[in-house]
Design a protein around this ligand. Structure first.
Ligand code: ZN
Length: 324
């Protein structure tokens, strides 16, 4: 059995683990990342230290990792992995990350964007392996997609991405977006707007359950909306109906463009499960072209959950280059 170590580089946390060639996670752990650093040194040291610790833990089990795969949440370019648009780790902006990692860890290292890694894992080791054309969308603080179009081929162009799918327009009269545009999907379906909807429902007393939670902990997050909705709170369920409706609107446009056989929804927001997916399916059915909807065999929660990113990072080492 072959093994590799995958490391998912988040804004606040590094998540890493040892992964088998079957995609099974042998072990995983996480630690905080020095994301606030204004220089690359502490971040590079943290990555190398974490990678070495994971390799030692594998050796303790009698297992040897073939190499290390990394998944940052930003763009990068060139053979030296020059980091671009690093919003949550300013110290890495324009830094060539590959040379110091290769010097410390060896040449068998690889990197791709975290959502591309999540999509890769779902395609080869998760629910995506049952389909040819797969649209994987990850929703958290932002929204991005990894799109398999045919025979394992993925759409890649600008920085190796399939475009900024989180910025498809949902409402021309909507909120200004961090991208400089207006009314994007990210302004209504990510962690921040869902928190805003929850706070509004709590403060207006429309949602007694969210009001009680806000009084108890001083803030709200999407998980509170899910738990309140599951406990029968009508206004909390309406928040997911609205967010799912927006998601379904965006998915309709993606379905018309990419004609996927399945849509897999991942990222932290997908933990809402059917509360999010059911209204999204309803919007698709109401808005979509019957022809393209006929090609779509399902809108499902991605199967690998929060491990998809680290499994996909390890898959950069475990899968042949032609499949990545
Ligand atoms: Zn935008």
């Amino acid at each position: 059995m072959r093994h590799a170590i995958g490391i998912d580089i988040g804004g606040t946390k590094l998540k890493g683990g040892l992964v088998e060639e079957t995609g099974r996670v042998v072990f995983k752990e996480s630690r905080s990342s020095p994301a606030g650093s204004q220089t690359p040194g502490p971040i590079v040291d943290a990555l190398i230290g974490f990678a070495n610790d994971l390799r030692e833990r594998a050796r303790g089990l009698g297992l040897e990792s073939e190499g290390f795969g990394f998944g940052p949440p930003n763009f990068f370019e060139g053979p030296d992995w020059i980091q671009r648009q690093v919003n949550n780790m300013p110290g890495l902006e324009s830094f060539a990350l590959r040379p110091p990692l290769a010097a410390a860890l060896g040449e068998n290292i690889a990197m791709d964007n975290d959502v591309m890694n999540g999509g890769l894992a779902e395609y080869y080791f998760g629910e995506g392996h049952n389909y040819d054309r797969v649209f994987f969308i990850a929703i958290g603080t932002g929204i991005a997609a990894s799109i398999f179009i045919e025979g394992g081929q993925r759409i890649r162009y600008h920085y190796g991405w399939p475009g900024d799918t989180g910025h498809i327009i949902i409402d021309p009269h909507g909120r200004p977006c961090t991208c400089g545009g207006r009314g994007c999907l990210e302004t209504v379906a990510t962690i921040r707007p869902i928190r805003d909807f929850a706070l509004a429902a709590a403060r207006s007393k429309k949602s007694p359950a969210l009001a009680a939670r806000l009084a108890g902990k001083g803030d709200l997050e999407p998980r509170d909306v899910t738990e309140a909705a599951l406990a029968g709170d009508v206004a909390a369920k309406e928040i997911w109906d609205e967010v799912g409706g927006y998601l379904g609107m965006a998915l309709t446009s993606y379905v018309h463009i990419f004609a996927p056989h399945v849509i897999l929804v991942g990222g932290g927001i997908a933990e809402a499960g059917e509360l999010l997916l059911e209204p999204a399916r309803r919007a698709l059915a109401a808005l979509g072209s019957p022809y393209y909807l006929g090609l779509l065999r399902g809108v499902k929660k991605a199967s690998l959950g929060p491990d998809a990113g680290l499994i996909g990072a390890a898959a950069l080492i475990l899968l042949p280059e032609s499949l990545r």
